[in-house]
Write a protein that binds this ligand. Structure first.
Ligand code: SF4
Ligand code: SF4
Length: 462
């Protein structure tokens, strides 16, 4: 393919002058049940924001490559459906989505290569790659591991530079950061790689609270005072309309985290704009209120507009496994229409309502898996949340619909999760808490016990 600038590429891509597989197959959903066709998608590219460091245009929609569609190989093994990945990326590129976020740990290590196979059909300068240093376990907190991980990422991604490199999942403050990245020389190594141009932007993804982010920013400012340069070029945080004021866990509201980063003038990459899908599958009566406000728009589109309506947000990640998700986001962001004050007030009131539901804030990331006792932790939480959303969780056996709800809950629970993987199998060993880290700070054994007791009560009060 000829060498063209990103600006030219996007311009020509939007008018169909660049011949891609997308031009041939379009952006039609496959078996998704959506009745919206490629013709209905807006023509122009999605809204972009300038990267303050390079002045380059970054699409406000970023492709999260954590959940690519899967299929089976000839031996019945689950593999990534590369053909579908190619089609999704073709459609995204055709609509100017130029930021692709992956990690060595996504999809058991296969996300980087699958994403690269699709993206490498385009000029390297027409898209930005983000990947991560996922040295989660203590045994990997050493320089040798970090060197190898970056080198493997470059190989898997078929490139000699990473546009956005993240220290993956910071879950503590200064002391934690120094032990994991500073004392062992990893931070110096990353800075050296940035100086050499192998890393273009250095940042971190953050899963902790306000005081710890403040400590990270103090460290950043001290470095800046010493060297005259930014230590970090960006930060990724969880930001959505529920976590804005009602984040689970102590002192971790997204409004506070965002304000700190704004104060330090750091671009914000947004993860979990939909809170693992929870903000698209809201309880039915809340969904009706969204529809009354905007009959034509999806509930999810509100969450994407909310995230991008904050001016320091550089890009908003979405793990778009299916074409209809990508299409919906393209519609939302072509162009982005920022929320008005009254729309923000409406979302605040929806957050207040949502906060009252006894939902488990699991996003399905599976970082807690496998459980040595065979529990399917995210599946238990997902089923419980779905029942809460659909109104099948009755707190009291005197409730009008108790019998109907009890039956619906128990039957669907047994259908959704094999008995040996259900909540009552949890022996409270806490390995899911000590050997891995839940980014949502969920007390996993505690929540499993709560759900298990609820189910026990249902069974007893038949
Ligand atoms: S680590 Fe936490 S958010 Fe992720 S699947 Fe497990 S419980 Fe859910
Ligand atoms: S506490 Fe429960 S869910 Fe967690 S690892 Fe132990 S048995 Fe599995």
């Amino acid at each position: 393919m000829e060498n063209i600038s990103r600006r030219d590429f996007l311009k020509r891509s939007a008018t169909g002058a660049v011949v891609t597989a997308a031009a041939a197959v379009g952006c039609a959903p496959k078996g998704s049940g959506s009745d919206q066709s490629a013709e209905e998608l807006p023509l122009g590219p999605v809204t972009c924001r300038k990267d303050p460091k390079t002045g380059q245009d970054v699409s406000i929609l970023a492709y999260g490559c954590m959940r690519w569609p899967m299929t089976k190989d000839d031996d019945g093994n689950e593999i990534i459906d590369q053909e579908q990945v190619n089609e999704l990326i073709d459609c995204a590129m055709q609509h100017g989505v130029n930021y692709y976020d992956t990690a060595p740990v996504y999809l058991e290590g296969k996300s980087e290569r699958a994403s690269a196979l699709a993206l490498s059909r385009y000029p390297r300068e027409s898209y930005f790659l983000a990947t991560k240093l996922s040295n989660f376990n203590k045994s990997t907190h050493n320089l040798e591991f970090a060197r190898e991980m970056l080198s493997n990422s470059l190989k898997n991604l078929m490139t000699d530079y990473i546009d956005y490199y993240l220290l993956h999942s910071i879950t503590g403050g200064r002391e934690y950061f120094e032990n994991r990245f500073v004392k062992n020389g990893i931070l110096d190594y990353c800075i050296e790689q940035r100086n050499r141009g192998v890393i273009r932007h250095l940042g971190f993804s953050f899963h902790s609270n306000r005081p710890n982010l403040q400590q990270m920013m103090d460290y950043h400012e001290e470095y800046k005072a010493r060297t005259g340069e930014n230590l970090f070029d960006f930060v990724m945080i969880q930001l959505n309309w529920l976590d804005w004021h009602y984040a689970r866990g102590k002192d971790a509201n997204a409004s506070d985290l965002y304000a700190i980063l704004e104060e330090h003038d750091l671009p914000v990459m947004v993860m979990e704009p939909l809170l693992g899908g929870r903000l698209s599958k809201v309880p039915d009566h809340i969904a009706r209120m969204f529809k009354e406000m905007e009959p034509q728009k999806s509930v999810a589109s509100w969450a994407f507009r909310f995230a991008a309506s904050h001016r320091n947000v550089q890009t908003v990640l979405s793990g778009m496994t299916y074409m209809e998700h990508l299409q919906d986001n393209i519609r939302t962001y072509t162009p982005l229409v920022e929320l008005t004050d009254s729309e923000k007030d409406f979302l605040d009131s929806m957050a207040e309502l949502m906060h009252q539901y006894p939902i488990v804030s699991c996003t399905g990331c599976k970082y807690c898996m496998p459980c040595p006792y065979g529990l399917d932790i995210p599946a238990v939480f997902e089923h419980y949340n779905r029942c809460v959303n659909e109104g099948f969780v009755s707190a009291d056996s005197q409730d009008e619909n108790y019998r109907k709800n009890r039956r619906a809950f128990l039957i669907s629970y047994d259908r959704a999760i094999p008995k040996l993987r259900q909540a009552d199998r949890c022996i409270q060993c806490r390995k899911c808490m000590t050997e891995s880290h839940c980014p949502q700070r969920i007390n996993i054994p505690g929540e499993l016990m709560r759900i298990s007791r609820y189910i026990e009560n249902l069974k007893r009060n038949g």
